[in-house]
Design a protein around this ligand. Structure first.
Ligand code: ADP
Ligand code: CIR
Length: 353
């Protein structure tokens, strides 16, 4: 496949092929490289590791990961540019959270529109304060984190009550089925592999979920926690209400990595802030056949189009994953609203065609 053009022999500066679109390629200037190439953040994660996913995967959109909360500060010349480019969030901007589900303006869709939506899912990413992020964590730290998260999950009551299933020792067929059914993270993601997130796999990873699998927590994948609410159909309000309740509960028993400028800290800079991705799986056979128009509506409403098995996957049967693209500098309520507005516009166009 495609590979890095070369490494500048005198400076070690990575030379990307012309036209490489990733943030890693666009923002790692020679000047920034000179300043950081031999530096490490407060947890010992090197600048090079933060860029390595983009260097190995030339088709990255971003190609940059943080090894700890401190990576965002220590490597700020690069990180600020990546963040401003993706989120339009400037170095002095503040992030304010609001997960009050009663503020959503997502009236139920009429039946002919609701039936286009297969399922609805909202997730937030979280990481514990006092530890590095996935690219920088040790095996022992990862296990300690899993222990703390499982302890917190075991305090859920009512509809959120569930069981933790470690990945280590999980029956391969069970694991495959959970992935195919969209409940569990996939294995061997090459973007995560390159920045060290898959080290010692499967140790320290797992999934907690309630009996109905409408509430799930992924442990120690790209982020230490991915708190997920999902169900069949189009009831965005119910999915957000459950997510909000679950995230608030975990936060009442665990301290998350967070600051005023970047909100919740995540290993991928695209997830900073709310770390929220609200999505529907939706059938749009006619609109999706018109690729440019489909993308233009997505861009206009700040939503992203993904395939049926998540990021970097293809669609199947004309079903697409439509989600909010922005995550930082706007509240959770507003971002779920972004998704709703984008989906509504796509449905309207689909019906016209
Ligand atoms: P993330 O949501 O963490 O950004 P992915 O894009 O890889 O990561 O998606 C994770 C899983 O969630 C995939 O299996 C994907 O198909 C599933 N998923 C996402 N949105 C929905 C949805 N609305 N309904 C059902 N499954 C979904
Ligand atoms: C990439 O750079 O393509 C991967 N590291 C994932 C980036 C986050 N996802 C996204 O914006 N769709």
């Amino acid at each position: 496949g495609p590979h890095l053009k070369s490494i500048d022999e005198l400076t070690g500066y990575p030379l990307f092929p012309e036209g490489t679109k990733s943030s890693a390629a666009r923002f790692n200037t020679r000047e920034i490289w000179k300043k950081y190439h031999d530096k490490k953040d407060a947890y010992g994660v090197s600048y090079k590791l933060c860029l390595f996913s983009g260097i190995k995967n030339l088709d990255s959109g971003i190609g940059v990961y943080a090894g700890s909360h401190d990576s965002y500060r220590t490597f700020s010349d690069l990180m600020d540019k990546v963040i401003e480019d993706y989120h339009k969030h400037k170095p002095d901007d503040k992030h304010v959270s609001d997960m009050d589900a009663s503020k959503l303006k997502c009236p139920p869709l009429p039946p002919d529109e609701a039936k286009m939506i297969v399922s609805t899912r909202i997730r937030v990413g979280r990481n514990l304060e006092g530890y590095p992020l996935a690219p920088g964590v040790t095996k022992e730290q990862r296990e300690e984190i899993m222990g703390k998260v499982v302890q917190a999950c075991n305090t859920f009551k009512g509809d959120l009550k569930g069981t933790f299933y470690p990945l280590e020792g999980m029956d391969e067929k069970v694991q495959k089925q959970l992935i195919a059914d969209h409940f569990l993270f996939k294995e061997g993601d090459r973007f995560l592999e390159a920045c060290g997130c898959n080290r010692e796999w499967p140790s320290g990873r797992g999934i907690f979920h309630n009996a109905k699998k409408t509430f799930l927590v992924w442990v120690n994948e790209e982020d230490q926690l991915r708190i997920i609410s999902m169900q069949q159909g189009a009831d965005i309000g119910a999915v957000f209400e459950r997510l909000s309740r679950a995230a608030n509960h975990i936060e009442s028993v665990a301290k998350f990595c967070h600051d005023e400028h970047l909100g919740y800290i995540t290993s991928c800079p695209t997830n900073l802030g709310t770390a929220l991705r609200a999505s529907v799986h939706i059938k749009l056979p006619k609109l999706s056949a018109r690729k440019d128009e489909f993308q233009a509506i997505a861009d206009k409403y700040y939503v992203q189009i993904r395939g049926i098995h998540g990021e970097h996957s293809e669609s199947a049967g004309g079903v697409y994953d439509i989600s909010n693209k922005r995550r930082l500098g706007r509240s959770e309520v507003q971002l779920v609203q972004d998704m709703y507005n984008g989906v509504k516009a796509m449905i309207t166009r689909e019906k016209e065609l």
